[in-house]
Design a protein around this ligand. Structure first.
Ligand code: 13P
Length: 283
């Protein structure tokens, strides 16, 4: 059995071998099982995550231990990550449950405050030997679609200053990406990504993975992105697979429905693992 993996270990291998690790948002056991099935079948590392805004539907005290147990039982290296942490209370709860990394999202705050709060959460995570991700600039939209946050692209110089002030293990950048389904094809600012990666020594993170074209993903990976967050695409794939299974007469009871949910999460994870160059990279 593999040990529960740390974000920094997974991302450092991804950086040295030029691929990105998929960070898949999950909302229930079926999604966890679907992602881990894909991970095992492709011999890949992975991250499973849940964002603080999603805890209304999936309480942390219930889904958190499930995620940690599933990762511990996987034969592949799997990190368990708390996504878009907003409050110290919930971040601490995730760390107590055994999450191996947390993100503090202070991207909407003034620069100094974002630095101060992120450094504080990084110090807290270190007490648990856990890693910390921060965000500089503003990724568009919000994780649950409840807010229409405008995109504010990362300034590479500010990203460097942010890294120096906080010591984060991974840094989320805003390069024209946004959460949820894109209304128009996103035009990613590869120039900003290239410049940021040349200044900041830690792996960079791309949020808002749903709807980004495969070639754009590959280009991002070649320029310094080593963690890619995927949420909406998983939820959509689960919903679509369930709907098509009903339409195809494949569901005649609860456990067929459950199997379709697992399948939906599995298919989506398989697709992204291949694009990210992550297949076969488990160590
Ligand atoms: P999407 O919902 O666009 O895939 O974004 C996921 C994300 O960035 C979670 O933090």
């Amino acid at each position: 059995m593999m040990a529960l993996a740390k974000l920094s270990e997974l991302l450092s291998d991804a950086k040295s071998r030029h691929y990105a690790v998929g960070s898949f948002s999950v909302a229930n056991m079926e999604m966890v099982l679907g992602v881990l099935k894909a991970v095992e079948e492709t011999n890949s590392p992975a991250i499973i995550q849940i964002a603080e805004v999603r805890l209304k539907q999936s309480p942390l005290e219930v889904i958190g231990p499930l995620m940690v147990a599933a990762a511990k039982n996987s034969p592949m290296p799997v990190a368990v990550h708390f996504d878009h942490g907003k409050t110290e209370e919930k971040i601490t709860q995730a760390l107590d449950i055994g999450f191996t990394s947390v993100m503090y999202d202070g991207s909407h705050l003034p620069f100094e405050e974002n630095c101060k709060n992120t450094a504080h959460i990084n110090a807290l995570a270190s007490k648990y030997s856990a890693d910390c991700e921060g965000e500089i600039g503003c990724v568009g939209g919000s994780e649950d679609g409840s807010e229409n946050i405008a995109i504010n692209c990362t300034s590479p110089d500010q990203a460097l200053e942010f890294y120096r002030n906080t010591g984060v293990d991974a840094l989320a950048v805003a390069i024209g990406n946004a959460h949820g389904n894109y209304k128009q094809t996103p035009h990613l600012r590869f120039d900003i990504l290239r410049q940021t990666a040349s200044l900041v020594p830690v792996p960079l993170v791309l949020h808002g993975g749903t709807g980004i074209a495969p070639d754009d993903f590959r280009k991002c990976v070649s320029l310094g992105i080593h963690k890619i967050n995927i949420a909406t695409a998983t939820f959509d794939s689960v919903e679509k697979t369930v709907r098509e299974s009903y339409e195809g007469g494949k569901i005649s009871g609860y456990y067929d429905l459950q199997a379709a949910e697992v399948e939906g999460a599995y298919l989506n994870a398989m697709k992204h693992i291949e694009i990210f160059g992550c297949a076969g990279k488990a160590i």
